[in-house]
Design a protein around this ligand. Structure first.
Ligand SMILES: Nc1ncnc2c1ncn2[C@@H]1O[C@H](COP(=O)(O)OP(=O)(O)OP(=O)(O)O)[C@@H](O)[C@H]1O
Length: 670
């Protein structure tokens, strides 16, 4: 038996009639405590009184009419033959992914894009969200405007893959985003309340304190994760909501709940567009309009309830009267007209005949669309609606505020979020154990080394420079490749400046990056018998920390430029090996033509500085029985050419700045 709610709204004849039956207030099932979507099957988890007052499912204040006309998008096909360097390269033909797709979606409507896998649904919804890279021809307009930053802020886009931080809880995820996305006119308290409202409206109350999870971390379920993703977009009460396969991988009940939420959001005056793979007939009935794609070509665009009537009118009838309309149109989009007929053909004529017939069915459907549906659609798209003119007035005002919050607010929220998300990593027992054990082991190996064993002592100083070059560099290379999806998602929604993110992200790593070397140097310096002077110890510590910051910058730059942790790790291994060899400890007489390598090695400058502060100019050591030599005349130290140490400090300062600028510029090009 179908629930009464769904019976009432099944198979609308026209979108207008469909909306006429149910006003936004009636449709908003979630404004009633009995209708909140439960979390993990919790049926009595109703929203609070406060959330009912300020529900995110409330009416949208700035409705948007979305129009798209003759959208065409092609990509270069990969032929796989030849390569740039070897053999001749065949010219790559362009492959059409979208071919003349048009449509109109008005506030209050829920449009579903249907089509077989690879038919171009994701490409189309990404284009409508203003995020498609490459050359798109045709026009997309939002109340007659192109995709401006003000439209961007009124648009919510939920991608197929949920991009969420796995270690944050549901509430934390929504609260941090609320603090970043909601305008500065709202107080902190109001923003937090808005996040709480989303938690309760989307039925996430029960799992609000559970971590999101992902990968190997156990967290909330797939359906809950999808609702969190929708909730993140709902925080700003978007006028236009675009979703890519929000129900994929979910059971039918959860999928129905999500589509039902989308319908409620549409009924609140929003324009909602979603792609969907294979909806059940129950889900199909919730859509107002459908757009069916076949290999990038539209074959139907219009009311969901008129699909069967339309295809019947052009000679395509379903095999049985109880067929799910979605299954029927998906078969047609694949060129399959009727199950029985199709399978007979396979057996009798073989694969080639079957493909030919499918192609001819698809061509016939494309021509029928152009002849019967497109002229009406074109006329509707070119018409100007009263709502469009009304909203244009607010454009100038909304364009003046490019960012929802101040730089400082963005920085402080991003810093807190980064510290929270990465606390498990920064303060991981394994990292602390590693540093402690290496420091104790080196302390024991160099136990109370004496100046007379000069080779050993400078070896310890060189070890400081190399170990604290490798370790921070390797930790830093993963930073941006790991963060890439989140950064792209949040930056394309115009939530924050790159500078506030960049500084927050690098500052967030500093406490642990600096605490660990401090512990290490403290233990190893005194155990290793280096100069027992507090000043020399503190200067040694400062130099090591300085080196850590430079190495971190190199790691960040490599990660940001390559955006691939594996490649960056390989490159940094080569780089560190070069720095190790050219650092001035192992090879004292590097051939002139390659001696420049040491000047680009930050470990070389660090090593020079460490030796420079450890020994004074007139310091002597026992270089033979009863013989005393000047430390500075020791072959390994003499070749370092220790002079004015300010030059070494300056060289490191330039590297510190330069590598971080490189990393920033690489992120700008993401
Ligand atoms: N950047 C790209 N590089 C190569 N091929 C692409 C690219 N973008 C899209 N395509 C191709 O374009 C076609 C349409 O892709 P799209 O992801 O839009 O399809 P879809 O209908 O969403 O598929 P699915 O339902 O499986 O997600 C596919 O054949 C895909 O391989």
């Amino acid at each position: 038996m179908m629930p009464p709610n769904e019976q009432e709204s099944s198979f609308p004849i026209t979108p207008g009639a469909n909306r006429g039956e149910t006003s936004p207030v009636q449709e908003n099932r979630f404004s009633s405590p009995n209708h909140v979507i439960p979390c993990l099957g919790d049926d009595d988890d109703g929203p609070s009184h406060q959330s009912r007052q300020s529900s995110v499912l409330r009416q949208s204040l700035r409705p948007i009419i979305l129009k798209f006309e003759e959208l065409t998008y092609s990509i270069k096909s990969q032929t796989g033959k030849g390569s740039y360097w070897f053999g001749s390269q065949e010219p790559k033909p362009n492959r059409l992914v979208l071919n003349g797709v048009s449509g109109i979606v008005k506030p209050g409507e829920l449009l579903a894009m249907l089509g077989p896998s690879g038919s171009g649904k994701t490409t189309l919804v990404t284009a409508l969200a203003g995020r498609l890279q490459g050359k798109l021809t045709g026009t997309v307009s939002y109340n007659g405007e192109p995709f401006t930053s003000s439209v961007k802020r009124k648009t919510g886009f939920v991608t197929q893959d949920d991009v969420l931080y796995p270690h944050l809880t549901v509430t934390e995820t929504l609260t941090y985003t609320a603090l970043l996305r909601l305008p500065k006119e709202l107080t902190r308290k109001e923003k937090i309340e808005q996040a709480e409202t989303v938690v309760s409206d989307l039925g996430l109350t029960r799992c609000c304190n559970s971590v999101i999870g992902g990968g190997l971390i156990r967290g909330i379920s797939g359906g809950e994760r999808k609702r969190v993703s929708i909730g993140l977009e709902m925080l700003v009460n978007p006028s236009l909501l675009l979703l890519d396969e929000p129900t994929s991988g979910l059971d039918s009940t959860t999928a129905a709940r999500i589509v039902s939420t989308l319908r409620s959001l549409a009924r609140g005056g929003r324009t909602v567009v979603t792609t969907i793979h294979q909806p059940s007939s129950r889900l199909y009935r919730m859509f107002d309009k459908v757009l069916v794609l076949s290999e990038g070509n539209p074959i139907y665009s219009g009311d969901s309830g008129r699909v069967m009537e339309y295809f019947g009118s052009i000679g395509f009838q379903p095999g049985s009267s109880f067929v799910n309309p979605a299954d029927f149109v998906l078969d047609l989009a694949n060129g399959i007209t009727s199950d029985t007929k199709q399978y007979d053909q396979v057996e009798v004529n073989g694969k080639l005949d079957r493909l030919e017939e499918q192609n001819s069915v698809k061509q016939s459907l494309i021509s029928s669309y152009k002849k019967n549906l497109y002229p009406h659609l074109k006329e509707e798209v070119s018409r100007t609606f009263p709502q469009e003119q009304k909203i244009n007035g607010s454009r100038a005002k909304s364009l003046t505020n490019r960012w929802p919050t101040s730089w400082w607010m963005q920085f402080s929220v991003l810093l807190k979020r980064s510290l929270k998300e990465r606390s498990h990593e920064s303060f991981s027992g394994l990292r602390i154990f590693m540093v402690m054990s290496v420091s104790l082991l080196s302390g024991l190996l160099w136990w109370h080394s004496r100046v007379s064993h000069l080779q050993d002592q400078v070896g310890l100083l060189f070890f400081f420079s190399i170990f604290w070059g490798f370790f921070p560099l390797f930790n830093a290379i993963f930073t941006f490749p790991q963060e890439r999806p989140m950064l792209i998602k949040e930056r394309s929604s115009g939530i924050y400046r790159l500078s506030s993110y960049y500084i927050a992200r690098t500052v967030g790593d500093l406490p642990m990056e600096l605490i660990l070397p401090t512990i290490f140097v403290t233990i190893t310096y005194w155990m290793g018998g280096l100069k027992p002077s507090l000043t020399t110890f503190l200067m040694t510590l400062m130099i090591v920390l300085y080196n850590v910051l430079v190495a971190q910058g190199v790691g960040l730059a490599l990660g940001a430029i390559l955006m691939d942790a594996k490649k960056a790790a390989t490159l940094s291994s080569v780089l560190m090996l070069v720095f190790l060899l050219a650092g001035g400890y192992y090879i004292q007489h590097i051939p002139g033509f390659i001696a420049w390598l040491k000047y680009i090695s930050f470990s070389h400058y660090c090593y020079k500085l460490l030796v420079g502060v450890q020994y004074t100019w007139d310091e002597v050591y026992e270089c033979g029985l009863g013989l005393h030599c000047r430390v500075m005349d020791y072959e390994g130290i003499k070749n370092l050419r220790i002079g004015n140490m300010m030059w070494d400090v300056l060289a490191l300062a330039i590297m510190l700045l330069l590598y971080r600028v490189f990393a920033y510029l690489a992120l700008r090009n993401l």
